[in-house]
Design a protein around this ligand. Structure first.
Ligand SMILES: *[C@@H]1O[C@H](CO)[C@@H](O)[C@H](O)[C@H]1NC(C)=O
Ligand SMILES: *[C@@H]1O[C@H](CO)[C@@H](O)[C@H](O)[C@H]1NC(C)=O
Ligand SMILES: *[C@@H]1O[C@H](CO)[C@@H](O)[C@H](O)[C@H]1NC(C)=O
Ligand SMILES: *[C@@H]1O[C@H](CO)[C@@H](O)[C@H](O)[C@H]1NC(C)=O
Ligand SMILES: *[C@@H]1O[C@H](CO)[C@@H](O)[C@H](O)[C@H]1NC(C)=O
Ligand SMILES: *[C@@H]1O[C@H](CO)[C@@H](O)[C@H](O)[C@H]1NC(C)=O
Ligand SMILES: *[C@@H]1O[C@H](CO)[C@@H](O)[C@H](O)[C@H]1NC(C)=O
Ligand SMILES: *[C@@H]1O[C@H](CO)[C@@H](O)[C@H](O)[C@H]1NC(C)=O
Ligand SMILES: *[C@@H]1O[C@H](CO)[C@@H](O)[C@H](O)[C@H]1NC(C)=O
Ligand SMILES: *[C@@H]1O[C@H](CO)[C@@H](O)[C@H](O)[C@H]1NC(C)=O
Ligand SMILES: *[C@@H]1O[C@H](CO)[C@@H](O)[C@H](O)[C@H]1NC(C)=O
Length: 706
């Protein structure tokens, strides 16, 4: 499956940014100085190779020999069979719930207790599959990670390859793995005399799906393969497997470089296949996961996979924006540099597909492997900020275009104009039933936010045209959702709604600060979009944009929403979850003067710093707070948010999930890159690097934030 990508406008962009302040060789040395090294498998994260759409997670052997890390993609998903309870046998039997929204009843996709079976099914299906595991097979029984020696492994970030070695029975074994940048293909080189002596082979095994909302550190069920069949065809040096699990069917082809025969045995009663090679000492294996590939002829060779990976990754590092903190004699600078480099690797491996990324990337499953449209921005906007618009262009605006019809249907069934984007979503665009899922609204202006950065990087008529339909539909919904309050003579947002912080009473949530700011921002960009094209601006957009309620202020600070009793009392539960008010001056550009008071913003930042329960936050809050601190002129505070002990990144750069989400929690990675891009490029009206002068930072290729 070739990755969909858009190139025309993008070539032009790279051409104007060709001035490299930090040379290719300087970049290479910095990148490589952060190559992760391991001498044991991590109990929580693999080392990965991948291309954004497909990724392969390796244990200490470079494969999945001892730890069942994933081989995941954007396209391999599975449905469990539908419930058999009467009147709940089809997705169309799900009817949701009616809640009051002002003067009318609105139907929402919320789990209905009277139809719990189909509601649950719709939440849990489809799930993202771990497609298979490939590992070394020892013909001696009982070999474990503890009985192999001199284990050593590193990930070469510059070329996108994992190189592993160990010693077993006095023999050295080395394993190198690469991923093709444009195809779901891995190339594996295994070098050892154990291969020719017949003491070591490889295995390929297929798991079933399981029903865990959070599947980490391993995805899939290995001890029960009922409902699944695997058929194998061999031809010359290729074995092709078709794994059928209920209605899902995936294909894997394995080719090898030896002329000698490779025997493939199936372990009785399992979906595990053992490849028994008979030499040479260096075995080159290519594993192809394309669901559509026809013949073995077009499977690339090992050396092609390796060369393509080298070429792609080198260009990735050389062409994007870059931050060099190597001259700083400050441990914070060194750690920030480490996080930035490793994050840049991980986003290209896990987050650059034609679908939005899931919270756990292609490592584990969070929320059954589905993606969340309100998190799309946190994952993916960074590509636009780091000179990799081509990677963002794989999913935007195409995701919105694909989901446009179902989102228009969603809005219209609720009596609104335009398109209401879903939340916890699968590749068909269906949003899973859920009270929060149905009532969240801040995913809506992401369309304009993405579009505006696209336009900043590629200010062409083509960009305006490409985004116009989804911006129009999104703005139409926003304008019709806002409710004219006859008493106050302003447009209100909610109730019912959930704001960014998902812990409020939805029936009491009225005019949350962040959503008010974001609604205005989104509608303003929508208006600009029409203006730039010389198209007249819908009156309703202007009316709502200019007449939204003012931000709620309690105790001289911005509040989560209007009229919260004890908003800022130490210990109050409103001081938990996301402190989204910080986002209105940081993640978003400053609101206009007649709606914004800098002193109140400063008070808000101080109170959040003093009182907010960050242990209950999600990691990207630290990046949001850092951007707020930056715009308030406090770089040291921004840096300390980005290095907060609760915002942790492991030895290979994976963001730790914490108490509420599994590891890795990739919105943290995207958030870190967004905040550091702002630190490097400044923002409109205050351009340029904000790194502490003593760090002697060099930055290359950044444009200012909005
Ligand atoms: C393995 O790595 C750890 C942490 O880097 C180090 O302390 C230890 O000495 C290493 N062990 C070997 C055998 O290299
Ligand atoms: C799962 O079922 C839904 C609803 O019938 C369908 O739209 C979707 O395509 C199915 N997905 C897979 C992977 O079978
Ligand atoms: C097999 O299918 C049955 C019926 O759909 C289902 O209840 C069961 O969970 C499935 N088992 C596995 C391991 O997928
Ligand atoms: C909100 O109001 C609806 C009725 O419109 C009710 O069914 C629902 O239970 C209420 N939810 C909460 C959390 O109070
Ligand atoms: C498979 O493993 C899971 C989790 O370890 C366990 O709950 C389940 O009972 C096992 N199933 C079988 C058939 O052994
Ligand atoms: C696997 O099954 C086949 C036939 O059912 C049998 O001949 C063979 O001995 C079995 N192999 C093992 C390793 O159990
Ligand atoms: C596979 O072959 C069929 C006909 O033999 C052709 O229509 C199809 O396009 C081919 N697919 C690919 C991916 O080459
Ligand atoms: C109008 O706004 C006021 C102040 O925000 C609010 O208390 C009231 O509930 C709103 N009116 C309606 C009908 O929602
Ligand atoms: C901004 O807020 C501060 C603190 O509440 C207040 O003293 C000041 O008058 C406000 N400024 C304006 C222009 O409203
Ligand atoms: C808030 O309460 C906590 C725990 O009760 C206390 O440790 C902290 O000092 C208080 N903070 C302020 C600013 O009063
Ligand atoms: C490192 O830089 C940060 C940010 O300027 C500063 O707060 C910190 O004190 C510095 N650390 C040392 C050891 O100089």
């Amino acid at each position: 499956m070739l990755i969909h990508s858009q190139t025309c406008t993008l070539l032009f962009i790279h051409a104007i940014k060709a001035v490299a302040i930090i040379s290719a060789s300087e970049r290479r040395d910095i990148v490589r100085s952060f190559n992760p090294h391991r001498n044991a498998s991590s109990s929580t994260t693999p080392l990965q190779v991948g291309n954004g759409d497909f990724a392969f997670g390796a244990d200490i052997t470079g494969l999945q020999t001892f730890s069942r890390f994933s081989i995941q993609s954007s396209w391999a998903w599975h449905n469990f069979s539908l419930p058999t309870v009467e009147h709940q046998t089809s997705p169309s039997d799900f009817t949701g719930l009616y809640w009051w929204a002002y003067d009318r009843l609105v139907n929402y996709d919320m789990p209905n207790p009277a139809e719990s079976e189909i509601s649950n099914w719709l939440v849990q299906n489809p799930q993202r599959l771990n497609m298979a595991n490939i590992g070394l097979h020892f013909f001696e029984v009982g070999v474990t990670e503890d009985t192999i020696f001199d284990k050593s492994q590193y990930l070469d970030l510059w070329e996108g390859t994992v190189i592993s070695s160990f010693n077993y029975k006095e023999s050295d074994v080395s394993v190198q793995v690469w991923c093709h940048p444009g195809q779901p293909v891995v190339g594996i080189a295994i070098k050892s005399d154990l291969v020719s002596s017949g003491e070591m082979g490889i295995f390929l095994e297929f798991p079933n799906s399981d029903l865990n909302k959070f599947d980490a550190p391993y995805v899939g069920m290995w001890n029960d393969t009922s409902n699944s069949t695997v058929t194998m065809r061999t031809s010359g040096n290729t074995a092709t497997f078709r794994h059928k699990l209920d209605d899902t069917s995936n294909q894997v082809s394995i080719t090898w470089n030896t002329d000698k025969e490779m025997f493939v045995d199936r372990l009785n009663g399992t979906n595990k296949f053992i490849f028994r090679p008979s030499g040479p000492d260096t075995l080159h294996i290519v594993a192809d996961f394309s669901p559509t590939r026809n013949t073995s002829e077009n499977i690339p060779t090992y050396s092609t996979v390796a060369e393509e990976s080298q070429r792609w990754w080198t260009k990735y590092w050389e062409s994007g924006a870059f931050i060099d903190l190597s001259a700083a004699r400050n441990s914070s600078a060194k750690e920030l540099q480490r996080r930035v480099i490793l994050s840049q690797y991980l986003v290209a491996v896990n987050e650059a597909s034609y679908n939005p990324p899931q919270e756990s990337g292609l490592v584990n499953n969070g929320w059954y492997g589905k993606f969340h449209l309100e998190m799309f921005l946190w994952h993916s906007l960074q590509f636009a900020r780091w000179g990799h618009l081509d990677l963002l262009a794989r999913s935007a605006p195409s995701t919105y275009q694909r989901f446009l019809k179902s989102s228009i249907d969603r809005a219209s069934a609720q009596g609104y104009q335009g398109a209401r984007w879903g939340k916890m979503t699968d590749p068909t665009g269906r949003s899973a039933p859920g009270e929060i899922n149905a009532l969240l609204i801040w995913q809506q202006p992401h369309v304009m936010h993405f579009a505006e950065y696209f336009y900043r990087e590629a200010p062409h008529h083509k960009t305006l045209q490409e985004w116009d339909d989804v911006i129009t539909a999104s703005a139409d919904f926003m304008a019709s959702y806002a409710w004219w309050n006859e008493t106050t003579r302003v447009y209100d947002l909610g109730p019912p709604m959930y704001p960014v912080s998902e812990n409020t009473n939805p029936n009491a949530t009225l005019n949350p600060t962040f959503e008010l700011a974001y609604w205005r921002f989104g509608l303003h960009i929508a208006c600009q979009w029409k203006k730039r094209q010389g198209i007249s601006i819908p009156e309703k957009w202007l009316d709502v944009r200019d007449n939204l309620a003012q931000f709620p202020i309690i105790d001289n600070a911005y509040a989560v929403y209007e009229n919260i009793p004890n908003m800022w009392r130490n210990g109050s539960t409103t001081l938990q979850d996301h402190p989204a008010m910080a986002g209105i001056y940081g993640l978003l550009p400053p609101p206009p003067n007649d709606r914004f008071n800098l002193t109140v913003m400063q008070n808000t930042a101080k109170l959040i710093g003093a009182l907010w329960d960050l242990s209950d936050s999600y990691g990207w809050d630290f990046s949001m707070l850092a951007m707020n601190s930056l715009r308030l002129g406090d770089t040291d505070q921004a840096i300390s948010y980005l290095l907060d002990p609760l915002f942790a990144f492991d030895d290979a750069g994976y963001p730790e999930g914490g108490s509420r989400v599994p590891t890795p929690y990739m919105p943290n990675t995207g958030g870190l890159l967004l905040a550091t891009a702002m630190m490097a490029g400044g923002w409109d009206g205050d351009e340029g690097s904000k790194f502490p002068a003593g760090w002697h930072a060099r930055v290359d290729g950044f444009t200012p934030s909005l």
